[in-house]
Design a protein around this ligand. Structure first.
Ligand code: ATP
Length: 590
């Protein structure tokens, strides 16, 4: 079962206190900042204009009644009323455009701020890595990109809609109550029934919206996987298997969509019936009053229009539930990631006693270190004590899957589960080269200086690095330092590893940890690469299987099954190596 297929067992699909608390937690950081006054000012302006529009609506309703009465009585004042009504309508449209602009600005500002805020938390203290490692949070990229606008839109829109609807209902209901108190009470009862029906109707849609969001995210992940592994899949001719997987994901999306369509039809029928009942109310309550001569003809139109506005106000209020329902998956998905950020921050603070501890020092020292996998499934290393003095190049070897890369992860502080203490020099004096070469989509200069910012003054040093690696023509062959390509695809695996070595030479750390960093290089290039590191006084701690690596590493840590280990010194063998004369590291070997 892939990460994005994990069951959502503990998720709440209810519109309950937890949901509103999460909505508040997501919104508060933006609205409670010191600079939030601008957002509050715009929000106040939007709310006041929503209230003003409702009052204008009541005024127009009175004008409609006056114009109808003037028309029935054939009075010339009718024309003046119509001109005035047109003018008021135009002003209202203009004001609406202005408020829409402010509303859009506020939405964009909040969205930008919230995305930045979450991104900072995501990048802080390598949280992105912890989240991938943990696997509970599916598609964090999609959560950060797509869920934020939905949450912001709801929080900005709902108060305006609610206020404007309540005002509209109050204004129009006061008109109705003057004409027919019976009609007024019928509207109140209708409102209650309508809200209950809405709650009953919309509860299942919460789960449906959630399922759709997850199914769409899975579809997207499947397509991304195909794109990222295009070459490997093409070599395997794995199209059929991939297509099968993607079709299944598409079927899942379609299934949820179909459920939603059928349910939507049911909801629409119920809503239409409710609307029909509402439209009959004026006929029952106002027309008899007109027949008995108690109200003017214009009142029928006025109360009809008022009832329609009350209905639309009520539908906004009762739509509060569906609006919240459709936002719920976004709120839950964003809250989950935010809660994960907080949880990771909290556990970092309390981890010290139960996890591998790190301290700063001159050299690399491991003291009685136990390493386990993050979930505690395997104990990979037990009670390891190791000292790597400067120049004491060390090779970590052992069977496939025994835990060599994991030991490097623990040293780098990526994995913390276990015991013991690790001393490391300051991180600026260290470099870790992972098993998979990392290439970014940029020019070759930035590639080589990653993660430092690129500066053109470095050009001569970069060329010098490749001379030391025995590849003086590398830069020219690749089109020069300014050339931009998809280096992951263009460079061979061995060349990508050469780039990693050039990065080391340019950064000049005191210690470098290499995880099978020469596995794709030929033996001669590997020899040159290690020689260059030795000449630069960089101490290597390498993981690898190749016999040839032995000659560069006088100290060998052999990881064995069940967390056992053996430390041996190979000074003599190294001295006998054919390359020994040319590899000056041996002079400093222990
Ligand atoms: N995130 C993880 N969660 C749980 N187990 C993991 C995780 N990553 C690796 N493992 C397991 O830990 C064990 C050690 O993995 P590791 O990558 O350290 O092996 P290795 O010795 O470097 O292997 P190789 O020589 O093939 O690179 C393996 O059994 C692997 O399945």
């Amino acid at each position: 079962m892939s990460v994005d297929e994990q069951p959502a067992a503990n998720r709440s699909y209810k519109l309950n206190a937890l949901f509103f608390r999460r909505l508040y937690t997501l919104s508060a950081p933006y609205w409670c900042r010191r600079e939030a006054w601008k957002a509050w000012a715009i929000m106040a302006m939007l709310l006041s204009s929503a209230a003003a529009f409702s009052l204008v609506g009541g005024y127009i309703s009175n004008l409609v009644a006056d114009s109808t009465n003037a028309l029935v009585a054939k009075q010339s004042i009718y024309w003046r009323i119509m001109i005035w009504m047109t003018f008021v309508g135009l002003m209202q449209t203009l004001a609406l455009q202005v408020t829409s602009w402010f509303s859009a600005w506020l939405l964009l500002d909040w969205r930008k701020w919230m995305t930045n805020h979450l991104l900072n938390a995501y990048m802080h203290n390598r949280t992105y890595y912890e989240i991938e490692k943990d696997g509970f949070i599916d598609n964090p990229d999609q959560r950060l990109q797509e869920e934020v606008p939905s949450v912001c839109q709801t929080v900005i829109g709902v108060p305006q809609f609610i206020l404007s609807s309540l005002m509209t209902i109050a204004v129009q209901a006061s008109i109705i109550v003057q004409v027919s108190p019976g009609m007024f009470w019928a509207v109140v009862i209708y409102a209650g029934v309508n809200t209950l029906v809405s709650m009953w109707l919309y509860n299942p849609t919460i789960r449906q919206s959630w399922d759709l969001t997850v199914a769409q995210a899975r579809m997207r992940t499947g397509l991304m996987h195909l794109r990222d592994n295009a070459e490997t899949i093409a070599f395997y001719r794995g199209e059929n298997s991939e297509r099968k997987g993607l079709h299944q994901r598409l079927r899942d999306v379609a299934k949820v969509k179909m459920t939603m369509i059928f349910y939507g039809i049911r909801m629409s029928v119920v809503n239409q019936v409710m609307g029909l009942i509402f439209s009959l109310l004026p006929i029952f309550f106002v027309v008899p009053l007109y027949f008995s001569g108690k109200v003017a003809y214009g009142s029928i139109d006025q109360v009809g229009a008022a009832a329609a506005m009350v209905l639309s106000g009520l539908s906004v209020i009762s739509n509060f539930i569906p609006t919240m329902t459709s936002t719920m998956p976004s709120v839950v998905r964003l809250s989950e990631i935010q809660e994960k950020f907080n949880q990771l921050n909290d556990t970092r603070g309390t981890q010290k006693a139960a996890h591998i501890r790190h301290r700063e020092g001159e050299t690399v020292v491991l003291e009685q270190v136990d390493v386990a996998t993050p979930g505690g499934e395997q104990q990979l290393v037990r009670n390891l004590s190791l000292r790597v003095a400067e120049g004491q190049h060390t090779l970590i070897a052992g069977q496939t899957g025994v835990g060599k890369s994991s030991l490097l992860r623990a040293i780098a502080g990526l994995w913390r589960r276990g015991e013991g203490e690790i001393q490391l020099p300051p991180y600026q004096q260290l470099m870790f080269i992972p098993q998979k070469p990392y290439m970014i989509l940029t020019d070759l200069r930035s590639q080589l200086l990653y993660p430092e910012p690129a500066e053109s003054a470095e050009d001569a040093r970069i060329q010098q690095a490749f001379v030391r690696l025995g590849r003086p023509d590398f830069l020219a062959k690749q089109g020069g330092l300014d050339c931009i390509k998809d280096w992951r695809k263009v460079l061979s695996l061995g060349e990508q590893q050469l780039v990693a070595f050039a990065r080391i030479l340019l950064r000049q750390p005191r210690y470098v940890f290499l995880d099978e960093a020469t596995s794709a290089m030929d033996v001669e290039t590997e020899r040159q690469a290690y020689r260059a590191l030795g000449e630069a006084n960089i101490t290597c701690i390498s993981v690898g299987h190749r016999e040839t690596l032995m000659q560069f590493h006088p100290q060998k840590l052999h990881l064995l099954a069940h967390g056992e280990w053996r430390l041996t010194q190979h000074r003599d063998e190294a001295a006998q190596s054919a390359d020994a004369d040319s590899f000056n590291l041996q002079a400093r070997a222990v």
